[in-house]
Design a protein around this ligand. Structure first.
Ligand code: NAD
Length: 454
């Protein structure tokens, strides 16, 4: 079987060799998943719930091992990697409550009654990006399984290690063979087969908008259900009346989390003109406190970028002569390091303003009033995340309603929770994941009329 090698982004050393799944092996896995789905959907809801709880517990017992794999294979700081593994456990535990609550409705009709059933779709294909290999896998996996589907997951080529291990933990927890399979390999082979194979009834795709468009075209051929979580270009809007100290102190986390390789990165900081100078004074020490270094070290805040090619791409947003206002530090030597970088001022045609950077580079721009702040935040084909800093509650609500984006936070940089819905406006995606209604997108609703007249 052909294989490829996963490289440690902090050392450039090989970590492990993994199989590169072929199209024929992908088809065989999809057929196993379809066969397993027959008994999985028939498994009593309480039993399915118990198996998901056991799976959550198994992941919970292996947090350190999973975190170490993510440190080595993806360069995530160990504290963040532990949190990500914990999120897999928590998402599985949350959706373990769902099989026993998959209620239908009884709708009044003449001559009998009408009841609805939320039927599982069949086999679900999960296509996962490299930036958050564990959480994003779990967001599709847990509700899909809870609804009675079986799952074939394709991790990103560069970061398959934790997904492979989570697949083994599912079996150890007692999930039947074929209910959850992980196929490392190429997007153009494994991902494409998941899109094209008629037994796969839904694709959950998280990745770039360009590949998302291809996947959407492929799914159209079979009217295949599809959730898309795509790119972002989000704003962090700071009004003059805000707690500036707090806004500046958290601004680095809002954009440099995971070295900026975050779909929710707020890579445009918009500051009301009257407080711009003060904000920049406060931002500098906050940025300098971002410790960039060995991801295995407990006090590291930011690790390396995922690959040499990606570092080149990120660096292209900071050409010679770019308006670098603040720059942090990064290690020399092996590893794909890039220092946290603030650009200001930039024009509205600068690529750093218009494109998703997906690295530790942020722009700071000034705005005059509320309307201008909203217009600047919306100046993008994307709409995924955003933050608003103000002490005026009415303004917070007005601006939150005005910004065309799926997930916002007010006076906080944190807006993603597994128990609240997550997804994008505009070209940032289609459909919602997470939250209490996630099973709706992994089921089709059937109505059954039962005549009661003699
Ligand atoms: P990508 O689009 O290159 O790859 C995503 C996945 O698709 C990978 O597993 C890849 O192998 C697979 N793929 C590639 N070609 C395919 C094909 N023809 N058919 C099927 N699958 C194929 O994205 P990436 O570089 O891994 O991730 C970065 C992007 O993901 C960024 O744009 C980021 O914003 C986005 N992202 C979005 C969210 C969100 O929730 N909205 C979350 C994380 C990342």
């Amino acid at each position: 079987m052909p294989t490829y090698t996963v490289i440690n982004p902090a050392t450039e050393q090989p970590v492990r060799t993994v199989p590169s799944t072929s199209a024929a092996e992908t088809d065989a896995a999809i057929e196993r998943a379809a066969a397993a789905q027959v008994s999985w959907r028939a498994t009593a809801p309480g039993e399915r719930a118990a198996l998901l709880r056991a799976f959550a517990a198994e992941v919970g017992a292996h947090i350190e091992e999973l975190a170490a794999l993510e440190v080595a294979g993806s360069g995530h700081p160990v504290g963040a990697a532990r949190w990500e593994a914990g999120q897999v456990r928590d998402v599985l535990a949350y959706y373990a409550g769902a099989p026993e609550r998959a209620f239908g409705r009884q709708i009044p009709v003449a001559g009998g009654l009408d009841v609805t059933f939320a039927e599982p779709l069949g086999v679900v294909g999960l296509i996962v990006p490299w930036n958050f290999p564990m959480p994003i896998l779990s967001w599709g996996l847990a509700p899909a399984l809870a609804a009675g589907n079986t799952v074939v997951a394709k991790p990103a080529e560069m970061t398959p290690l934790t997904a492979i291990r989570i697949g083994e933990l599912a079996l150890a927890a007692g999930l039947p063979e074929g209910v959850f399979q992980v196929l490392p390999g190429k997007g153009s082979v494994v991902g494409q087969r998941l899109v094209d194979h008629p037994l796969v009834r839904k694709i959950v795709f998280t990745g770039s908008t360009e590949v998302g468009q291809q996947v959407m075209r492929g799914c159209a051929a079979q009217i295949k259900r599809l959730t898309l979580e795509l790119g972002g270009k989000s704003a962090n809007i700071v009004f003059a009346d805000a707690d500036l100290e707090k806004a500046a102190a958290t601004a680095p986390s809002a954009v440099f989390d995971n070295a900026g390789q975050d779909c929710c990165a707020r890579s445009r900081i918009l500051v009301q003109r009257s407080v711009l100078d003060r904000f920049m004074e406060l931002l500098e020490p906050a940025l300098n406190a971002v410790r960039v270094g060995d991801p295995a070290s407990e006090d590291t805040v930011m690790g390396p970028l995922i690959s040499s090619a990606h570092r080149e791409h990120v660096a292209s947003y900071v050409p010679d002569g770019a308006p670098v206002a603040i720059r942090g530090t990064a290690p020399d030597g092996p590893g794909w390091w890039y220092p946290p970088t603030v650009l200001a001022p930039v024009s509205a045609t600068d690529r750093a303003w218009t494109e998703e950077i997906f690295g530790p580079v942020v722009t700071v721009s000034a705005f005059g009033d509320e309307a201008e702040a909203i217009a600047m935040a919306n100046d993008s084909p994307y709409g995924l995340s955003g933050s608003i800093w103000t002490r005026d509650v009415g303004r917070a609500i007005r601006v939150a309603r005005g910004v065309e984006t799926g997930n916002l936070s007010v006076n906080s940089h944190s807006s993603v929770r597994y128990w609240t819905p997550f997804g994008g406006f505009k070209q940032s995606g289609l459909g919602r994941e997470l939250g209490p209604d996630a099973l709706d997108s992994f089921t089709d609703v059937k109505n059954v009329f039962i005549a009661t007249e003699e």
